[in-house]
Design a protein around this ligand. Sequence first.
Ligand code: LMR
Length: 329
Amino acid sequence: MKQGIYVGSATGQIGYALVPMIARGIMLGPDQPVILHMLDIEPAAESLNALKMELIDAAFPLLKGVVATTDVVEACKGVNIAVMVGGFRRKEGMERKDVMAKNVSIYKAQASALEKHAAADCKVLVVANPANTNALILKEFAPSIPEKNITCLIRLDHNRALGQIADKLDVQVSDVKNVIIWGNHSSTQYPDVNHATVTTSSGEKSVRELIADDHWLSSEFITTVQQRGAAIIKARKLSSALSAASAACDHIHDWVLGTPKGTWVSMGVYSDGSYGIQPGLIYSFPVTCEKGNWSIVKGLKINEFSRAKMDTTAEELAEEKSLAYSCLN
Ligand code: LMR
């Protein structure tokens, strides 16, 4: 069965990187036919049409149809997956909180359209910042979409953490696994390597065992991952786009097709109170996925250092939540 995939803000930097990845099968695998449902705002209508032309010209074998529209209802019709890229993007020097009010109204409209017109089991991934809180707003305005189906993108940070560890150890990134990003997709997130491992010629070794430099792990590594988004904005004068698009594909791919045995990934999901995180926040946890469902990895040992950092990012999310609710009223 063909899968309809909604991409908001399709002509933007992330959208432009993302749609060819989806059409090539990177998101849902090489055997899954897809129909792209692309939305953008009226001033981008011509670019949207050009994007549709390029998609036709690329002759992607898996791409079975393209809806390109500025009408949110038409864009959402029957979609199985929604990637919410659209939002007011943070510019250099701005904090995520500055963009909250603008995003509340954008997400309110998109939530109602999705709720009414998407497939009943539509899986939603929010990419636009503040991603965790935008997902929460979406959940608020689309109460009939199960909370299990509303997630936000933390895979970008997860992949960044894998990249930093691989670089430090001079190993392949594919040999590193089970890092965790806890919390918010913001500079308070907590990249945690306490359970991460590396496959070596002499078996699986813990990252802590391989990196003797504790100081690097508890300072520079953490801040590099936390600040990576800001560093890219500074260098590019634009937010990260190709890495965000690639991470969005990874997120949906693993959610739909499952995580490899013994491996978890980080996803922003609705907290059920696991690890003492206040229920009702969209918080990033380590999750495994099977048959289209994610589950939080339970029972990991949390030391004092981690506890404090997990709580700090939860506090920021609670503040964002009340800020967002104050914008709603
Ligand atoms: C990123 O992590 O690269 C982006 O979310 C940064 C941003 O604020 O746009």
